[in-house]
Design a protein around this ligand. Structure first.
Ligand code: ADP
Ligand code: MG
Ligand code: MG
Length: 890
């Protein structure tokens, strides 16, 4: 016979914490607490299988259920020495829902079930406290009426208010037994009015109605919507817990409370929570009376901490807290009730916490010996570290909300509003903190974004240019704030009637997308202490290396500070936007002949050499992957008449000729156009210059520091082996030339980005000419999906919402399509060349789920933006632990 009912408490525990699927979280943990000897009022759990059975069989319970409930109830009666429905000493119970995961939308708890016009008198006599008995009865009618019978709760509140007004009292606790009787008379009328039937008096009927209401609530609209949003299958079902009541509303030596075993916002090892004297269940959260703090340490003047008011019960609670933490090995969120100075536990579960608390609790618990390092590593969500690496708004600071956009890049920043990149750079140079406000950004705004403390756009999504670049730079960014109107001519922005002009201060919270008027106080990030400790532990277990995508010395330094083990992607074109260079870059592009190009390139050579020299110095012998010129040339084209004239003059040609050339260079689909190694093949002198700059810089740094850098030269957008052969030969020729001139040789690698499906599918051929592959998953995602990232914002969010795609594939690597190609390429490549180095350098390199995938296909490293490096270190460690990988912590 199937067991549909599991008892707990009073020495008869049929459930355990690991039975949450069957018993729900609440039921499983009640049984667990009872079995480790904590004071839990006895009761029983009706399993989630009953719920499933009920819905699969036309809303019928299994036939054996009634008998099993009866037997379990009898056991409870015996344990507490009371009888359900007895008019002398009645047993009262609570009926509580409890799914596997806590789920708003489910039926609220009904307390004091079993009371009726006769048993209430018995309760009054047995307890010697009529006020308590009638208060309990009115609570029961109110809860049962609301959640089981569906009577609007306002009706009940109006009735209480009327009686309180009449008696001239403010607090519920001031009402007497007689007052409650009057309230109850009103309640019964309200129930009769609303349902057309008197309030049910038969305790057994009450019990089954409440059980039915819990199972019924599993399919109510609120619960269905919640399940859909959180991917909870309907087959899980909910359990129902029926438990003997304990009373926190029996007088001044009684109380009820909700608390955390540690502070869930800071992680500090102090009791954190609230309690109320002479109260029951939901009173603490209902806000009818002001709850008081638990510990003296957290009490403000005038407050009455439980530690002082009920020292014995508090001491017992402190003991329970220790038992619970030792047992569950995690911070707990608990509910308790004190009845006449005796403590009872009514719920425990792992407590929700902030990122900061999660880190502190994991490290502290490891030091306290509750968990080991591996467990501590698993306890912190890598993505949450992002919040800790940037300044954040002081939660206590006052603020005035202006508008809200998308939380595009975390961190907070205050500064004066400027509306152009040039202005941002200028004002920043004068030492001001600026917020760059644009309708949207483009590659030409990079210098301004760099100079700004934060970026605000009114258009574009989470993968817009502003969002991607800001995340890469570690700048807080709020994108797509559609409620804000920007007027460049008037140099002002407005939202909801509020106007802010250039030069006035605003504050951005990139973690929430909020924009505030004026400055808001901040808290600086803490990179030492617990953070450093956890990172150290993570580094011991991870297999994959973590590198950073960085071009500027500042990025490279930040990357090292965050623990990067090299540069995985240096995008050389990002070095070309500098105002000092852009002129020469434009000349190079616009020149119609090799001669003109070479002249421009020779002007760029010293700049590039200098860039690489600085990077090599900072990276001090660590690997540096440099991608040769990649992007579509149009990104560098002159736009304004002035710019065209300037280039024409530089090249010594007519302005009209330049205009024609600009038209010639324009492409219908630049992303798939003349870019990547296609440029290097059309114009070998470009890659020649870049290779020369790299080798000259490497030689110089090797001579200067005695530590030879190992450049890894990366050829972009290769689709055939032949392309790599040609460009590789070019690079090797330059290497030989520079080595001959310098009188020394250096180690270096030449490899390619795998970012086209054809390259992935022919990786065995390409590997013959490559020392390494780096998966450029941004372009690979675009080409595998046939999806332009710049245009996807218009429909991709809807695709994710409609569940056509589970996630934005530009944020989290698509394992089925893009991932399959990565795996094929890795296998084919390694099949030809065992030692082929494999890495990933798309935005995905900083995404924990994608990093997990990289571990499973055996990549050697991930590379991500400098600020994501700690996230990647932790995610790589978790991936290694998940894969059962190396363990050097022992
Ligand atoms: P929720 O999931 O909304 O927290 P619970 O079932 O945990 O609902 O209960 C709501 C409140 O009622 C809690 O404060 C809980 O401690 C209290 N409560 C539940 N059962 C009992 C009981 N048997 N005796 C006393 N209080 C109870
Ligand atoms: Mg509730
Ligand atoms: Mg609860």
């Amino acid at each position: 016979m199937t067991q549909w009912v599991y008892s707990f408490g009073a020495g008869h525990n049929e459930g355990r914490a690991d039975m949450r699927n069957l018993l729900g979280g609440k039921g499983a943990n009640l049984a667990e607490m009872a079995s480790i000897g904590l004071p839990v009022p006895p009761g029983f759990t009706i399993t989630t299988e009953v719920c499933t059975h009920y819905y699969e069989n036309g809303n019928q319970y299994p036939p054996e259920l009634a008998g099993q409930v009866k037997a379990a109830l009898a056991r409870v009666e015996q344990a507490v020495g009371l009888k359900f429905g007895d008019t002398e000493k009645p047993l009262l119970v609570s009926v509580r829902s409890g799914a596997r995961v806590s789920m708003p939308g489910m039926m609220d708890t009904v307390l004091n079930l079993g009371l009726n016009d006769a048993t209430v008198e018995g309760l009054a006599r047995a307890s010697g406290d009529p006020r308590f008995a009638w208060d309990s009865y009115r609570r029961f009618i109110q809860m049962f009426g609301g959640v089981v019978l569906g009577v609007d709760h306002h009706r009940f509140e109006e009735i209480i208010e009327a009686v309180k007004l009449d008696r001239g009292v403010i607090e519920d606790t001031a009402l007497t037994a007689e007052d409650w009787k009057e309230v109850i008379a009103g309640y019964k009328e309200a129930v009769q009015d609303a349902t057309g039937a008197p309030f049910p008096q038969d305790p057994e009927a009450q019990l089954w109605a409440a059980i039915g209401a819990v199972f019924g609530s599993w399919m109510n609209q609120r619960a269905i919507t919640y399940r859909k949003l959180h991917d909870i299958p309907a087959e899980w079902g909910t359990a129902v817990n029926v438990q003997a009541m304990v009373f926190g509303n029996m007088g001044e030596d009684c109380a009820t409370g909700v608390c955390f075993t540690r502070d869930p916002s800071t992680g500090e090892n102090v009791f954190y929570g609230e309690y109320l004297v002479n109260a029951q269940g939901e009173d603490v959260v209902a806000g009818i009376r002001t709850p008081q703090p638990m510990s003296k340490a957290r009490a403000k003047p005038g407050e009455k901490p439980m530690e002082e008011v009920m020292p014995a019960a508090y001491a017992e609670l402190v003991r329970v807290r220790e038992v619970l933490e030792k047992h569950y090995k995690d911070m707990q969120d608990i509910e308790f009730t004190v009845q006449q100075n005796r403590l009872y536990m009514l719920q425990t579960r792992n407590g929700k916490r902030t990122a900061a608390a999660s880190l502190k609790i994991a490290v502290d618990m490891c030091r306290e010996g509750l968990i080991d390092e591996r467990e501590a590593i698993k306890r912190v969500a890598p993505g949450s570290l992002d919040q800790l690496l940037h300044p954040t708004l002081d939660p206590k600071a006052p603020r005035k909300l202006l508008s809200k956009g998308l939380p595009a890049s975390p961190g907070a920043a205050s500064g004066i509003v400027v509306f152009s990149a040039d202005e941002a750079e200028l004002r920043a140079r004068e030492g001001e903190s600026v917020i760059l406000v644009r309708i949207e950004t483009s590659p030409e705004d990079i210098h301004g974004m760099h100079a700004a403390k934060g970026i605000l756009t009114t258009r574009g999504g989470m993968t817009s240019h502003a969002a991607v670049v800001a995340r890469g730079m570690g700048r807080p960014c709020v994108a797509g704030a559609g409620g804000i109107t920007v007027d460049y001519t008037a140099q002002a922005l407005s939202a909801g009637g509020h106007i802010i002009r250039a030069g006035e201060t605003i504050t951005l919270d990139g973690a929430t997308g909020e924009v505030f008027v004026g400055a808001v106080a901040m808290i600086e990030p803490q990179l030492s202490g617990d953070f450093a400790t956890l990172m150290e532990w993570a580094d011991k277990v991870r297999r994959m290396k973590v590198r950073a995508n960085a071009e500027t010395p500042l990025d490279a330094e930040t990357a090292r500070k965050f623990g990067a083990e090299g540069i995985g992607l240096c995008r050389t074109e990002h070095m070309f936007f500098d105002p000092e260079r852009i002129g020469a870059v434009r000349q190079m592009i616009m020149a119609e002949h090799e001669e003109g190009r070479r002249a421009a390139l020779s002007r760029l050579l010293p700049f590039q050499r200098q860039d690489f020299t600085e990077l090599f110095r900072i990276m001090a012998g660590l690997p540096v992957t440099i991608r040769l010129l990649d992007p579509p040339l149009h990104e560098f084209l002159p736009h304004t008449e002035e710019e065209i004239a300037e280039v024409a003059e530089g090249l010594g040609v007519e302005v009209a000729a330049m205009q024609r050339r600009a038209q010639d260079l324009a492409e219908a689909n630049p992303m798939l156009g003349h870019r990547g190694c296609r440029l290097g093949i059309s114009y070998p002198e470009i890659y020649e210059m870049q290779a020369r700059a790299i080798f000259e810089a490497a030689v110089a740094v090797a001579k200067e520091t005695g530590r030879a850098p190992v450049p890894e030269i990366m050829i972009p957008l290769v689709m055939t082996k032949r392309e790599l052969d040609i460009t590789r030969a070019e690079v090797e020729r330059m290497a030989e030339a520079v080595f001959a001139e310098a009188g020394m040789r250096l180690e270096y690698l030449v490899g390619t980005m795998i970012e086209l499906p054809r390259a992935a599918l022919t990786a065995n051929q390409i590997a013959e000419s490559a020392d390494f592959f780096s998966f450029g998953t941004n372009d690979l995602t675009q080409t595998v999906f046939g999806l332009s990232r710049d245009d996807a914002g218009k429909f991709l969010p809807a695709y994710v919402e409609k569940n056509i795609l589970p996630k934005d594939p530009f944020v989290s690597l698509d394992p089925d399509g893009v991932g399959a190609l990565v795996e094929i390429a890795a296998q084919k490549g390694r099949g030809v060349k065992n030692a082929l180095k494999l890495g990933i350098c798309g935005e995905h390199g900083g995404d924990p789920a994608s990093i997990q995938f990289c571990e499973t296909v055996g990549l050697d490293y991930v590379s991500c933006s400098p600020y994501r490096v700690p996230v990647a270190r932790l995610a790589a460690a978790q991936a290694a632990l998940h894969a059962g990988g190396v363990d050097r912590t022992a």
